[in-house]
Design a protein around this ligand. Structure first.
Ligand SMILES: Nc1ncnc2c1ncn2[C@@H]1O[C@H](COP(=O)(O)OP(=O)(O)OP(=O)(O)O)[C@@H](O)[C@H]1O
Length: 249
């Protein structure tokens, strides 16, 4: 095993992944993510973006290839160590905002901090700071079912950022949002990452979302390719006359 370069917070080499039913997921993906970098993982639907984020974050075991976080091998960790790593160092944002219905908004956003052992008062302060930044602070005492989907997604983003993780894995984080919300939430996420030195791995099929990143890595059919020209988002200025996906390997 060769240790990764010092300035890469995440590093993977020759990563292959097959789903439990035998479907191919990833084929020989290698990449490094620098500390504080916002890296977009782009590619069309089914290209392996979510699978790559799940492997890098230790959500699924890696059986072929290597994944390192801060020069610590993740691919040799058991499930308990990977769970602890995710809880203590990583944040995760899904395309669908899933919250605990019995908890109010600030309790949902503060939950990962409290699970790490932070006291309720301090956890609430940190959660409220992010809820305010995401313009949802006035709904802090509401239950998730009193919020619209875009508001619930803001709560999920606050929940991922409140513990000041080393890395946030954001899987299509603005997918459920309207375009106006989309820009505001993306800007908040990237500004937060830059001001707090948080590394972001951002999976997206949308070119305008990938454009906020420092660098883009493209996937097609589970392989890393040099460039993928994604179909434009319907209704955007780019949409005219471009429909297909092209690539260069
Ligand atoms: N749990 C699973 N079991 C079997 N096959 C799966 C599973 N999850 C994903 N796949 C398949 O693996 C491939 C990559 O899927 P993945 O979700 O990683 O792609 P993606 O680029 O994130 O796509 P999307 O934008 O649709 O989420 C696809 O062919 C998909 O059908």
């Amino acid at each position: 095993m060769v240790a990764p370069p010092d300035n890469d917070v995440l590093w993977t080499r020759a990563l292959h992944f097959r789903h439990d039913d035998g479907s191919p997921g990833l084929s020989g993906v290698s990449l490094g993510v620098r500390e504080g970098e916002i890296l977009a993982v782009s590619g069309p639907r089914g290209s392996g973006k979510t699978t790559l984020l799940r492997c890098l974050s230790g959500l699924v075991p890696v059986r072929s290839g290597e994944v390192w976080f801060n020069s610590v091998p993740v691919h040799t960790m058991g499930p308990v160590a990977r769970e602890r790593l995710r809880r203590e160092r990583f944040g995760w944002i899904d395309p669908d905002p899933v919250l605990i219905p019995e908890l109010n908004v600030w309790e949902n956003a503060a939950l990962p901090l409290m699970m790490r052992g932070t006291g309720r008062r301090r956890a609430k302060t940190a959660a409220m700071e992010w809820l305010e930044r995401l313009d949802i602070g006035d709904k802090a005492r509401r239950r998730p079912d009193e919020l619209v989907q875009a508001e619930r997604q803001r709560v999920c983003i606050a929940r991922a950022l409140a513990p000041a993780p080393s890395v946030v894995f954001a899987d299509e984080p603005t997918a459920p949002l309207h375009r106006a919300d989309h820009r505001h939430v993306l800007r908040t996420l990237t500004a937060a990452a830059r001001s707090h030195g948080i590394t972001v791995v951002l999976a997206t099929a949308a070119p305008d979302t990938a454009a906020v990143a420092d660098r883009t890595v493209s996937l097609l059919d589970g392989r890393r390719v040099r460039t993928v020209h994604l179909p434009p988002v319907p209704g955007s200025a780019e949409a005219e006359g471009r429909a297909a996906c092209s690539l260069s390997v």
